[in-house]
Write a protein that binds this ligand. Structure first.
Ligand SMILES: Nc1ncnc2c1ncn2[C@@H]1O[C@H](COP(=O)(O)OP(=O)(O)OP(=O)(O)O)[C@@H](O)[C@H]1O
Ligand SMILES: [Mg+2]
Length: 220
């Protein structure tokens, strides 16, 4: 089972929105079974999942103290992908959910405040030696700020070429426990999430390959 943690110190960056959307899209794309974990005390992801009718992706309860054991159990149960939502903080709890990840997705809004705030998250991920990818969320079409933000972030790591634009459909669909792919499958936001997952799936493959021990690293 592969584990992807969504982390960003800045509030409202889009962590919960993207965990829900990527989880559903990964299932739709056949990368499941997917299980979601909510490690934010606000419980927004859990509440969204409780409002859902579709059973997939699955949701599992966990506590930070037992997250390693819970992930091992979910792996044994046959889940292929685990997505973890985290709190907007730089804390020991966030460090623990980054530590169990194969890939860390860092959503970031293209704004000066968000770009400044993301530095602490980058430090934490890099200190733990985890592969990471930035996803620009809440972008305005044609805005030079998004391209500028991508340039700034690219100095710290890979930036997803798929930008998620600001669209009320993201919030509207989640009110009903759904996602844009389910509520408005032909919409622009739905197409963005399809492309986002396609790119993240590739990044996850690369991350897994880079973390795999090489032929000469298993010294006797
Ligand atoms: N691309 C988008 N377009 C429009 N609204 C968005 C978009 N992404 C997120 N939102 C909205 O912005 C708000 C914050 O998003 P979200 O809750 O996903 O962020 P978060 O990083 O999980 O925040 P928190 O710090 O509260 O955990 C929500 O109301 C959500 O519906
Ligand atoms: Mg959240």
């Amino acid at each position: 089972m592969r584990v992807v943690t969504f982390a960003c110190q800045k509030g409202a960056a889009g962590k919960t929105t993207l965990v829900g959307h990527v989880g559903v899209q990964a299932e739709l794309a056949g990368a499941g079974p997917v299980v979601l974990l909510d490690t934010d005390q606000q419980g927004a992801l859990a509440e969204w999942w409780n409002a859902r009718q579709p059973e997939r992706p699955a949701f599992a309860h966990t506590f930070i103290e037992q997250i390693g054991d819970d992930i091992a159990r979910l792996d044994e149960l046959g889940f292929a992908l685990c997505l973890i939502d985290s709190q907007s903080a730089v804390s020991a709890a966030v460090e623990q959910v980054i530590a169990v990840a194969d890939l860390v997705v860092i959503p970031c809004r293209p704004s000066p405040h968000d770009l400044r705030a993301v530095t602490k998250t980058i430090e934490m991920v890099d200190n733990l030696g985890k592969p990471k990818i930035f996803v620009l969320n809440g972008a305005t079409p044609g805005d030079t700020l998004t391209a500028d933000a991508a340039t700034v972030l690219s100095e710290a790591g890979a930036v997803c070429p798929v930008h998620i634009h600001n669209d009320p459909e993201f919030a509207d669909s989640m009110f009903g426990g759904l996602t844009v792919m389910e509520a408005a499958p032909d919409s622009g936001p739905a197409k963005e999430i399809v492309e986002l997952w396609a790119h993240l799936a590739g990044a996850l493959d690369e991350a897994a390959a880079s973390q795999r021990p090489g032929p000469f690293s298993a010294a006797s």
